[in-house]
Design a protein. Sequence first.
Length: 239
Amino acid sequence: MTEPFELDVDSTETVAERRDEVVARVRDHAGQIARELARLQGGDYGQRTFGTDDGEWTVKYEAGDLQYLRFDGGRGETYVVSTKRQPEPEALAAALADYDAFVASYNRYVASLDGVLDDVSADFPAVESTDAVVSERDRILERVREATDRMAHELSRYEGGDYGTFSTRVSGTRWELKWDGDGASYLRVGGEGGVYLLSQYEPPSTRDVRELAGEFAAFVEAFNAHVDGLESDLSHVSL
């Protein structure tokens, strides 16, 4: 009697090599479909499912490269191509029996798009320039900058420091001027999370400028009243 451990173990090398060869060919072929879908759908990644009489095929791609090709014949899914593992030979054979139908389904999908843009006009209205409104916004902000820099200079002289803030309320809304050195660092309206009428970064929207520019004069008047108060206080000091 032959002992169990003396029995020969059949090698799967031939089957595995053939499986890998077939999968590599499918990867190259289906990879063309993945690249075409990426071009068509205009994204770096995505997926699309194509139906056949025997099941569904799903193509997933990333950066134009095939990530996986999955077949679902109703009795479980088979990843014909995957970045994780190779399919079982029997499942691969069953899926590939439907592969031609998958390609035909893809081709019908592409054919269905033929002429879909023929009636789309590429004659669009002229785009209006924002030059005028931007120029006016910048002109107003430049005047605001000149006034706030002057305030910053006066505050620096009075406070005797390199930086600080001046805040007041205009029509119930907090306005805050931060000065740094001899110029304005920012002018913020509305406290934390408010609108920066002036800042070291991007300018405010034209809508914000339109809304706040009219209130700026009241802010300047409040600053002047603050300075007058300081002079009044100092007028009572005697040495």
